[in-house]
Write a protein that binds this ligand. Structure first.
Ligand SMILES: Nc1ncnc2c1ncn2[C@@H]1O[C@H](COP(=O)(O)OP(=O)(O)OP(=O)(O)O)[C@@H](O)[C@H]1O
Length: 309
């Protein structure tokens, strides 16, 4: 369970579309901070977000966002959150500043305040110079940034971003990820990012929730999920040495992988002092060890393991 206060919590939630059950007695606490919501297509991520926003009515269970009940306080929730949807959401014929200010008014801001904030937030999204242009004339990168601006204009405490880097080139993607990181780590907002791009999640999020077929199959801080439990170590040798591998094996370790002079070993789970074992093997085989550290799995490994189980 997360050790921070949940920004959203659902318990025993069941959501069906007709005869199709998408979430079945689903429970989850989303911690504060920047959280990645991952899962294969059809896992139920969008349905969960729609339910949290009060757009989909569950058949059973409870859901709360920032302490507000989704069933009875949907409007208050929508005024306190920002949503950057996956699909375009601009209004044809409207320029960016008018559109973003309109989004602010829809969230309950007085018109003058909404227009002032629209200018500020468009400037922050690097759209200051283009703010009087119709959004239809924008490039894909600019459209993504105007979607972020409309989600931020009313100063939400929680932001939902659905595929924020969709369709962006590498430069646009970096720019968007930097904005997301700044929002979540520099401005103190909680952010939930839905993305299929695991590197994007690693660059922006602290924790992840992995869903599969309407269930949570992994959850926790990315750094913790990537650990191999301290049982595996990466050892960097000056030169690869069969003698060193043999000496490690004699001490109960096994070679997991090798790339050039880098070797990954699985150590006995009961090994109390991995560093001593590595030094002893180096001395016994006259190999030069340049460094070693507990091995980490990639987020992709964590994800694949979670969704294939
Ligand atoms: N309005 C709807 N009516 C019927 N079925 C729906 C509806 N919306 C979603 N579904 C189905 O519910 C399941 C979960 O969909 P959902 O969009 O929540 O998944 P997702 O994890 O967000 O997927 P993706 O990554 O593809 O966006 C899918 O099988 C989808 O076809």
């Amino acid at each position: 369970m997360p050790d921070t206060i949940p920004i959203a919590a659902v318990s025993d939630l069941t959501v069906r579309y007709g005869a199709k059950t998408v979430l079945d007695q689903f429970s989850l606490e989303i911690p504060e901070g920047c959280v990645g919501l991952l899962g294969p297509n059809g896992a139920g991520k969008t349905t969960l977000i729609k339910t949290l926003l009060g757009f989909v009515t569950p058949q059973a269970g409870r859901a709360q966002v920032m302490g507000l009940d989704v069933a009875t306080q949907g409007k208050s929730i929508r005024q306190k959150i920002g949503l950057m949807p996956e699909q375009d959401c601009h209004i044809p014929g409207m320029n960016a500043v008018t559109f973003v200010a309109y989004a602010g008014e829809m969230a309950g801001m007085p018109p003058e305040q909404a227009i002032r904030r629209a200018h500020e937030v468009l400037e922050w999204c690097s759209l200051g110079e283009a703010r009087y242009r119709n959004v239809e004339t924008y490039s894909t990168g600019m459209r993504q940034r105007v979607k972020l601006a409309q989600a931020l204009v009313h100063g939400p405490k929680l932001l939902f971003l659905d595929e924020p880097t969709n369709g962006l080139d590498p430069a646009g993607r970096d720019e968007m990820l930097e904005l997301v990181r700044d929002v979540s780590h520099g401005k103190g907002l909680s952010v939930v990012v839905c993305s299929h791009l695991l590197p994007d999640i690693e660059k922006t999020c602290d924790t992840v929730v992995v869903m599969r077929r309407g269930e949570v199959v992994r959850q926790g801080p990315i750094a913790t999920l990537k650990q191999t439990g301290g049982v595996q170590f990466d050892v960097e040798l000056r030169l690869f040495s069969d003698g060193f591998v043999g000496a490690m094996q004699e001490r109960g370790a096994s070679l997991v992988s090798q790339l050039g002079s880098s070797c990954r070993f699985a150590l006995p789970e009961t090994e109390p002092a991995p560093h001593r074992l590595i030094f002893e093997a180096a001395v016994a085989s006259a190999a030069q060890v340049r460094g070693f550290r507990p091995a980490e799995r990639s987020l992709e490994d964590v994800f694949l393991e979670a969704v294939s189980g």
